[in-house]
Design a protein around this ligand. Structure first.
Ligand SMILES: [Zn+2]
Length: 346
């Protein structure tokens, strides 16, 4: 049975608006497992001529451009991670780089798979989604979702939701939910599925998997199914294929003294003090523009903050010894910085 919790829909809607800390909302922890990595490329597909993948360029021994399963899986996983994080889900990626599970150099399959399930079991994650692409010696195309043999009802429901959503979004043949004793679905302690999005051995599927938009659709299809499985109702538009603008969360603010060179350009009268610059950074460390800030001067008074499109905000501070405090003025976001303002030199 899905984890139905009353009031989740409203809470999730709030999460989208303010993108605040997800822990308080009790959304399930989702482990995302990008299959293969490092020395294990996974399946390999021959790319059609001129394909622009948006991924690391790869060639085979004959110098033909190819698509590595590990690269597709990581890209879909990153997109799914962004989709879920933007909606307040706590997530866990078993790898975030071209490495083995736990982002360590690849050694062997057993160690790699164990590292992945250990990460998810230790958290513990409440949903586990392993992302793979298929390959076959005989002609085959389509989407499959795997669960462990004899998987209980919550796992079956999760798999059915993901398979249905993938088939609807990707439009590839529906090869159904299947049971197999894959390591990551067998050795995890929460509802776990392994998705095989498409076949790298199929020219049709490879041409699609090569496209960033198609991989975005795959991520949204999985995300939408996780959303529904979590009892949140209708996930809204999914499988658009266009990466939505990421929801940026202020994670840090820094303030620094900037002297007077910028003051005339900014139109701030610096005669009675110094100019300070506040920079807000998102979860990736990039500067954010248009984040509302409030500043409190050493004398305790508030002062205007002038935002600029480059993400730097200007604050004119009187030379009065004490603490300058700059804080993000958004509900649910407790991010601030403090600086020591020196006394005016005489
Ligand atoms: Zn695989």
């Amino acid at each position: 049975m899905p984890h139905v919790r009353i009031g989740r829909t409203l809470l999730a809607a709030v999460a989208i608006v303010v993108a605040t800390a997800s822990a308080a909302l009790a959304l399930p922890v989702v482990a995302i497992d990008p299959g293969h990595g490092g020395g294990d490329s996974g399946a390999v597909g021959i790319l059609p001529p001129g394909a622009v993948t948006g991924l690391e360029p790869r060639v085979n021994a004959q110098l033909q451009p190819v698509l590595f399963e590990k690269d597709v899986n990581l890209d879909v996983a990153n997109r799914l991670n962004a989709w879920l994080m933007a909606r307040g889900f706590p997530t866990l990626m078993t790898r975030t780089t071209d490495n083995a599970g736990g982002d360590v150099p690849y050694t062997d399959v057993g160690t790699d798979l164990r590292a992945r399930t250990d990460l998810a079991n230790a958290r513990p994650a409440e949903i586990f989604v392993s992302i793979h692409q298929n390959s076959a010696r005989t002609p085959a195309s389509g989407t499959e979702t795997y669960v462990k043999i004899g998987a209980p009802e919550p796992t079956q429901a999760l798999a059915a939701a993901i398979q249905r959503s993938l088939v609807a979004c990707l439009g590839l043949p529906d090869r159904g939910v299947r049971e197999r004793s894959f390591f990551v679905v067998r050795e995890t302690t929460m509802p776990a599925v392994l998705v095989e999005g498409g076949f790298l051995s199929s020219g049709t599927d490879v041409a699609l998997l090569a496209q960033p938009d198609f991989r975005q659709k795959m991520a949204e299809a999985i995300g939408g199914a996780v959303w529904s499985y979590a009892g949140l109702g209708d996930p809204g538009p999914i499988c658009s294929g266009a990466a939505a603008a990421p929801v940026l969360v202020p994670k840090a603010v820094t303030i620094a003294r900037a002297g007077k060179a910028l003051t005339t350009r900014a139109g701030i009268n610096p005669r009675k003090g110094d100019l300070w610059i506040a920079t807000v950074r998102d979860q990736s460390g990039n500067p954010m523009s248009s984040v509302p800030l409030r500043a409190r001067l050493p004398n305790g008074k508030g002062v205007a903050v002038t935002s600029r499109p480059d993400g730097k905000a200007l604050i004119a501070v009187p030379r009065r010894k004490g603490k300058l405090v700059v804080a993000v003025a958004m509900p649910g976001i407790a991010v601030s910085a403090t600086a020591q303002v020196p006394a005016r030199p005489r």
